[in-house]
Design a protein around this ligand. Structure first.
Ligand SMILES: *Cc1c(COP(=O)(O)O)cnc(C)c1O
Length: 247
């Protein structure tokens, strides 16, 4: 039972150490606990250990967990971090707090139209295909300004920043490169139009295997799954998962 809490504590230690190395304040990086493939009971345990932000990849799995944890709903922030088809936006707009994986204007438009007036605007990150892999979701960096401008104009969305899932790399310097590129993209966007983009505050990058590299390059939210819950027991569709991640 103590394992999830211990692993969470260890992730906060990793974040603190990386922040210290980077000369950043520890509270400038938040932990998003990625609970995909793990049951609601595991989320409950992480909540008991003090965590409040949870990431899910698959819409239906996320909705099931949100329903099972309805008693905690007001305390939790639910983040969709996996691909979202534009015909599945409605339940996401109604149930989630964040979507990190927006890479089409049509999806964003539907999320905005379908976001209930009774809820605050849905927080949005635009997903960038930062390593240029053919198999990966996300827009090309060159397409960012146009999409960002269009999404920023949608009334029921709040554009927060950028997200990426870089190609896995074992070497630390190689891990830093795509994170540095994503941070640069956000900085350039903010500089391009400070009134429109100056408030963007989120760099969603860094997973179990590359948390330190991401924090060194400016991550504000790291998405950690297997280092907290252990290896996922059924196949995951995300091609970047490193099987060498320590649990
Ligand atoms: C699964 C997943 C994570 C967490 O990955 P771990 O290596 O288990 O920490 C983070 N982000 C996305 C988009 C994922 O799909």
């Amino acid at each position: 039972m103590a394992t999830i809490a211990n692993n969470i504590q260890e992730q906060h230690r990793r974040i603190a150490a990386a922040c210290e190395r980077a000369g950043r304040a520890q509270h400038s990086v938040s932990l998003l606990v990625v609970s995909k493939t793990f049951p609601a009971a595991a989320v409950r345990e992480a909540h008991a250990a003090g965590e409040r932000a949870f990431g899910e990849n698959y819409v239906q799995e996320g909705l099931n967990k949100i329903a099972k944890l309805a008693d905690l709903r007001s305390q939790l922030a639910w983040h969709l971090i996996g691909p979202l088809q534009s015909n599945k936006t409605r339940p996401v707009a109604e149930a989630f707090d964040w979507v990190h994986s927006v890479d089409r204007l049509k999806t964003a438009q539907r999320l905005s139209e379908q976001r209930p007036d009774t809820l605050p605007p849905l927080n949005i990150c635009l997903q960038i295909n930062i390593s240029g892999e053919a198999s990966k979701s996300g827009i090309a960096p060159a397409d960012l300004p146009t999409l960002a401008r269009a999404v920023a104009a949608l009334p029921r969305l709040r554009l927060r920043g950028l997200m990426a899932v870089p190609e896995a790399a074992a070497d630390f310097e190689a891990q830093r490169q795509p994170h540095r590129a994503l941070a640069r993209l956000l900085a350039d966007l903010k500089q391009q139009d400070p009134p429109l983009f100056g408030g963007l505050d989120t760099l969603s990058m860094g997973m179990s295997a590359d948390l330190e590299a991401a924090v060194l390059e400016g991550a504000t939210m790291v998405r950690i799954g297997s280092a907290i819950f252990g290896a996922r027991s059924y196949p995951d569709k995300s091609p970047s998962i490193s099987s060498s991640t320590p649990a």
